[in-house]
Design a protein around this ligand. Structure first.
Ligand code: GUN
Length: 282
């Protein structure tokens, strides 16, 4: 049976450290960090994510500003709202919850965020810094995965690291962070010819596809480290990852659960990024 990569415990530890830092600075008269979160439309999953982010902020002493807009707003309006926050000295971080409703230009909206307030690390200059191995902000989910690996002394150096999924938010930056830690990295995607043949080579497997239980026990090597970024519903409506947890946990050396694994770490890393922005501004 694999050792559980306990994201919940690690996230709590990281948040406690940030909370202590914020409290100490406040005692010196420094204003607390401030994160602005924008939610457009009524996607229920996005509403839950935004609510959780707000809860995290409250827990550690970050001031959170919430902007809720209807799906009928225009790009011009959203960009002008972002620009106001860009020039507001009291605001450290800006996050626009994705996906945006159809009809809004996600690329244009993200590009409007000032790079020094881009706590998601979605703006092209921040993505470029990740590519160059010199990031200001680390992308939250991949950074959360790297923190979990480090916590359990799992060093990617020289290991076969396979990332399943090539999204801009997770797959691509995940590959860059594993590469920066000297992993030998392969990215698989929907056009990969023989997925199982590649995943079976993995010493470290990161599944970030969004397909319930796609990764089955026959697709992993005995003793592999398996990190599950997926957040899906199974046939009974129960939350599950991209990994078929129980059979895979019999074969893996380490495995992250869903929930309680990467998801909570993503949220902790967002808090970390908000504090990074705040430190550079106060
Ligand atoms: N939607 C899904 N994941 C994310 C994320 O990490 N950041 C933002 N802004 N939107 C998302």
């Amino acid at each position: 049976m694999a050792i559980i990569l306990d994201g919940k415990a690690l996230a709590a530890k990281i948040k406690k450290k940030l909370a202590d830092e914020i409290a100490a600075k406040k005692a010196e008269g420094v204003r607390p960090p401030c994160l602005a979160v924008m939610l457009v439309g009524d996607d229920p999953a996005s509403a839950i994510y935004v609510r959780n982010k707000k809860k995290d902020c409250e827990e550690i002493g970050i001031r959170s500003l919430e902007f809720l807009f209807g799906a009928d707003i225009t790009d011009d309006f959203l960009v002008s709202e972002i620009e106001k926050l860009n020039s507001d000295d009291e605001v450290d971080g800006i996050l626009v919850q994705l996906p945006l409703p159809k009809g809004l230009d996600e690329k244009r909206v993200i590009a409007a965020i000032s790079p020094d307030k881009d706590v998601d690390a979605f703006v092209s200059s921040n993505v470029g810094q990740i590519m160059l191995g010199d990031p200001t902000f680390l992308p939250c989910t991949p950074a959360g995965v790297m923190e979990m690996l480090a916590e359990y002394n799992i060093d990617p150096t020289g290991k076969e690291c396979v990332v399943v999924g090539r999204s801009n938010i997770v797959g691509k930056p995940m590959a860059m962070l594993l590469l920066a830690k000297n992993g030998t990295v392969t990215i698989c995607h929907s056009r990969t010819k023989d997925l199982a043949e590649v995943t079976r080579r993995a010493d470290i497997l990161v599944a970030a596809v969004g397909k319930a239980k796609l990764i089955t026990a026959d697709m992993i090597k005995q003793g592999a480290v398996v990190v599950d970024v997926g957040m899906n519903r199974d046939e009974n409506g129960k939350l599950c990852g991209d990994v078929d947890f129980y059979p895979v946990s019999e074969k893996a050396s380490y495995i992250s659960p869903v929930p309680g694994g990467v998801g909570v770490m993503t949220r902790a890393m967002l808090m970390e990024n908000a504090c990074t922005a705040w430190r550079s501004r106060t």
